[in-house]
Design a protein around this ligand. Sequence first.
Ligand code: SF4
Length: 554
Amino acid sequence: MRLSEGRPRLHTVTSSVLLDAGVVTRCRRRVHLENDPAMANARKAPPDPTGEQRRADARTHRRMVADRMAALVTTGWTEIALDAEPAERERATLAALAGGARFVWAPQLPLDLEGGRRGGIDLLVRAGAGYVPVLVVRHKVTDPGSGARTSPLRDPTPAGSHVDACRKVRPQPRDQLRLAHVMRMLRACGFADDGHALAGVVGMDADVVVWHDLAAPTWPGGRTALAEYDSRLADRLAVAVAAATGGQPLAMPSRIVECRDCPWWPVCEATLRASRDVSLVVRGEDAMQLRRAGITTVDQLAAVDEVPVALVGMAREDAVVLARAWLRDLTVVRRARRITVPRADVEVDVDMESFGDAGAYMWGCLLTGADVGEPPGYRSFVTWEPLPCDDEARSFAEFWTWLMEIVRRAAARGLTFRAYCYNELAENRWMLASAERFGGRQGIPTVSQVRKFVSSAAWVDVFGSVRDQFLCARGKGLKTIAPVAGFRWRDPEAGGENSMRWYRAAVGMNDAPADESQRQRLLEYNEDDVRATLALRNWMSSPAMDDLPYAGDL
Ligand code: SF4
């Protein structure tokens, strides 16, 4: 085995910071905090149990893929014991690579002290004069189409790849950057193949290896994944070195979407509140824009007559009103003088529950309004077979058939009908996907029938009504807005992320026995969601609107 010559001299790192692949897609302030010795004992948010569950699922998926590939490739499969000491794992990895093993599962590469890198990869595959990395992930890496370069799992090598007539690549930039990180680590320890910039991913379907050319100009501006990675890592190294050595911080906190799930939020929130930072009201790039214009605090934003810069996340005048609402501790402010939400004689609130990309296991419906010969109240159409499963088609068909029967009966009685959801993206996605996946089966509508329904006036997205008519200082999620309308969920832990955990227990994933109590919990959660939508609509149609602060009065 020829070792690749030379090492990339992209960064001159004199400190001992070692960064994993995740830093290049992570908040820069987080990189600072994770490398600041003064923050070692800071109070952080407790670990999210759903995050831990996701990691456990990822481990199970990786094991399944490893077993499948090891059985298919038949020769040359080497596994590095995960439970061995790191030094022993590294020694075994280097021995396997130096010995020319065809496939090395769970390798432990040496720390790249010069480049400031650490981290691992699921699989190394011998290619040319070195190795290329393969990552195993639990998300989709292809879409129907053509043009992806793929290899079958029985020959998971670049040489065994071909242009796929059934799959096109989902770019998944994060995967590509993780692969670039390992590519650089391989080069640093002399096991890269300089002729190859291919790196592979096995996705949720675990059917093929999809190859990315990390040296192809597929990124914005004609950049390559490797160039993008190099530039981002250089930046994060500078941030980390400054933090580790007590230098001038190169990254300050500013609220972004990522803050919601970040363990450092208690630290950053305290800092932002102390300075009354403008990002508490207007997050992301808009906060940066405002700072550039000299508006750094919520108070300054609330005091301007007109925001002097264009914002991408909201209208300029909305930003000012939100700042004023924040100062008055208001959750919701009327944008319009008169609030309207379409109503009908017969109404159905709909909420769907899905499990990642695997499918939609429950369609919950709350029937209210005039009599159509069907008992009013809540009912659910559900499958408790673990997704993905064929029984999903049965529950979707029953939901659709029931809903269309209500539409028919309302029309037959000369009554108006409307169905409601909160944020139609999810419901529409799964109605259309179910019609497509289960097309032709008993009770399944065609895609065009679903399209016709979701684009009709009978299908109302209450989220759209909220977005258009209110300004919401703490977000527009149903769990935030419905309590303002006086609604309370029975379950104090009600939430989308938690429902994933309950679902696993409810169907008995990973060979665990199915937990009936979690099925009941999910049914109540779904019922409360549709009751929350109804409560919100009733509130929006009530005189209570007259008492809600109006933006123009703030
Ligand atoms: S809480 Fe937000 S600003 Fe702070 S480190 Fe996390 S993502 Fe960055």
